[in-house]
Write a protein that binds this ligand. Sequence first.
Ligand code: ARG
Length: 265
Amino acid sequence: MPKHFLMCRPDYFTVEYAINPWMHPEAGADRDVAVRQWEGLKAAYEELGHQVSLIDPIEGLPDMVFAANGALVVGGRVYGARFAYPQRGPEGPAYLRWFTERGYPALEAEHVNEGEGDFLTLDEVVLAGTGFRTDVAAHQEAQEYLGRPVISLTLVDPRFYHLDTALFPLDGRNVAYYPEAFSAGSQAVLRRMFPDAVLATAEDAEVLGLNAVSDGTNVVINAEASNLQLELKRRGYEVIPIQLSELRKAGGGPKCCTLEIRGEN
Ligand code: ARG
């Protein structure tokens, strides 16, 4: 089943402020390299048969490339993002406008939430992260608007500040995750819900290997996450390694650059 993704070219990408432990403004980042690597990700999706739509980047919003944070789209309905840090604040309305201009029903969120950075959608439930960015009240707001059960999970390691840095859906029913990124109670919830999950190592997590995108057959994943790639192959997945080292300097990987537009079903 082909997917529909929204992406944002990193034309104005920089690392000029630090809102997560990956970001070092004094070291900066190379925008041309970032654009080239991002083009590789976009091409990989298109080669897999997925559709990629683009939102225009806005000057002065260097993190806008991380489209996953722009909204959560389930059943054709758009739950808008409300960013935790003022540096990214204007991205929420910009992404919401992209959807409303195209006729999508949308909700401007009352509570702080960073879109698909902290909401990952499975067939029956939406997994939702809290602890660093998204307010747990937003989990309830999303459940009410989308009519899907939302399961709250607590993140405890500042390096894994969004749920999508610590866990990704392999398909509609199973996930891969790094247990140590979660509170003890949330680890117990994950073990109970996903007894057959792929467990990632610290080395995989430290190269943002969990920030991957699976279509159920193919997994687009950071090139350096070698243990995780081996385990995925062992489970029968097709692995597509992507080099996104420049965007990792802002704390992002393949999934961060990718907002899935889920239609009605
Ligand atoms: N610099 C961005 C931030 O800290 C990176 C966002 C990465 N996106 C994600 N979905 N994890 O907000």
